[in-house]
Design a protein around this ligand. Structure first.
Ligand code: HEC
Length: 190
């Protein structure tokens, strides 16, 4: 609750201070708003996941993700702010990239190929909505469920994943890999 109040205060301050500022400053403000929403959402997901692993073990945590992940990703969403995680290799088909996310993912892979540092992207679409994208980089704690299929994902975990997600392709990742993209959509005020 405290976090939510903080966020709301922050958002209001942001909207007030946005009006009348120059484009570049506005851009920085939307980016930092996107960053804070992403880091709050990530903390919520990670902390809940760690609790679920502690309580039910890894296979239980997979089952938990299956029912809870989407709701948790929406913790800080509002009527006008949509928060998504997408990837070119998804576990849950509902997270498959739309055309915009697909283009951003391709540009991130292009940057990796050119050995460029991945940087977040802010775009305005034809309707005036803002889209903020940030790369999701793979960490060591993710390997248990998204790592090497034969050496890092334990058989009971793998069985649960296969049962819940028959079309899963979100495995065989290594630490430091690009896992996907955060997408925060700020809908234009009507
Ligand atoms: C306990 C197993 C487990 C761990 C550990 C885990 N994940 Fe996942 N991950 C899942 C499951 C299950 C889903 C599908 C959730 C759903 O149904 O929406 C998923 C989905 C995702 C998605 C959404 C795209 C997709 O494939 O559906 C991303 C991005 C992701 N995980 C990244 C990570 C990252 C980054 C970490 C480490 C910080 C991590 N995961 C750790 C099990 C896990």
């Amino acid at each position: 609750m405290f976090k939510l109040i903080l966020l709301l205060t922050f958002s209001t301050a942001m909207i007030v201070s946005c009006t009348g500022k120059k484009g570049a400053e506005n851009e920085a403000l939307w980016k930092s708003k996107g960053d804070s929403l992403i880091s709050l959402t990530f903390d919520t997901l990670r902390n809940t996941l760690l609790r679920a692993i502690g309580k039910n073990g890894l296979p239980g945590a997979v089952a938990f993700c299956n029912t809870e992940a989407t709701g948790l990703t929406n913790t800080y969403a509002t009527e006008r702010v949509i928060i998504r995680r997408s990837s070119d290799k998804v576990r849950n088909p509902a997270n498959a990239p739309d055309s915009l996310e697909q283009r951003i993912l391709s540009s991130f892979y292009q940057m990796i190929k050119q050995k460029k540092e991945l940087t977040p992207v802010l775009e305005k679409d034809a309707e005036g909505n803002l889209h903020y994208f940030k790369p999701i980089i793979f960490q060591a704690m993710c390997l248990d469920c998204h790592g090497d299929r034969s050496t890092q994902i334990k058989p009971d975990v793998w069985r649960t994943i296969q049962y819940k997600y028959p079309a899963d392709s979100a495995f065989n990742y290594k630490e430091g890999d690009l896992r996907g993209v955060w997408h925060v959509l700020f809908k234009k005020e009507k």
